[in-house]
Design a protein around this ligand. Sequence first.
Ligand code: ZN
Length: 367
Amino acid sequence: MITSSPGPHPVILGGRALPLVSPARVYLCGITPYDVTHLGHAATFVWADAATSIVRLTGAETVVCRNVTDIDDVLTRAAAERDSAYDEFAATQEYLFDRDMAALRVRRPTHNPRARHFVDHVIQLAAALLETGHGYQRDGQVYFRGFPAIPGGAPALDEEHGELTEGPERAEPYDVAVWRASGPDDPGWPSPWGRGRPGWHAECAAIAMSVLGSTVDLVVGGADLAFPHHAYQAALVEAATGVRPFSRAQLSIGAVEIGGEKMAKSTGNLILVSDLLKEHSPAAVRLLLLDRDWREAWSYRPEDLRTAAQRLERLYSAGGRQTEPSGAADAVRSALLRELDVPAALDIAEEADGEAARLVIHTLALA
Ligand code: ZN
């Protein structure tokens, strides 16, 4: 007789259960190492860290790939302004980012690949797209035909999306460069189409395929990356492999704003992680970032760090209780697994037996 057992509860995202066979494969879109780490970056990487930890509550192990975009025009320009080689400059910035992440107790990813070590993979991806008719070549560049994978009605790509508008014309406004011809001041590698460098979406597509395979369970990144970056990453992989979908679920972490404006270097309204940690504990900063709906954009206000620190104190007090387990730990686990509902888990844990609070403190690395 076949009987069903309750088994571990799956993660539920967007109202759909995501049953996992261990290890769960997580692709996390990492940094372009050309500038300081601000609270907006921290929100994405702390949430990715918490999400993978919550995924492990199902009993599945996780394999996390967090790339480093160390071939990018913005990085090349920043390095040139400092009279530095782009790869040396990137390595320094990457070190500073890693230091900030360690200070925030973000666990190291399983794989931390740098784009410049995957140039051959991008060339193979470009060749595959040409072979299957999903790409075309023009003057040393290889373009991916965005349509119909990127449906009509999507915004046409422009400079705002970090897309080429100069140089050889794209056939259609949805097409993106997989391989770009390099000028004398750009980093460049030999290819069948001449000296060039990878396009950004193609870097993340090739790295994901090489490190994790044709499909992943979860793609995580800032909300501003959902389109076009993650849409094109998925479309490129699916075109090359024929396997759909590339990702079973996606976490797009809401932007951090100040006074209604997105925190960004271009607006100059940056709150640096290193500055916050001079005055606040890593646990308080993590709680500030996690005690909310991960999808929503939100505004940073300094006084909210004080509120987070008070919430943390109540949680530690609850964690010290040595009362009989009441089942609240199960309720905490369920809240975390259902849409990563951290605020609900914290509310339960504060009022319950010590076991529930200890579970949430451990899972979210709040001690
Ligand atoms: Zn990416």
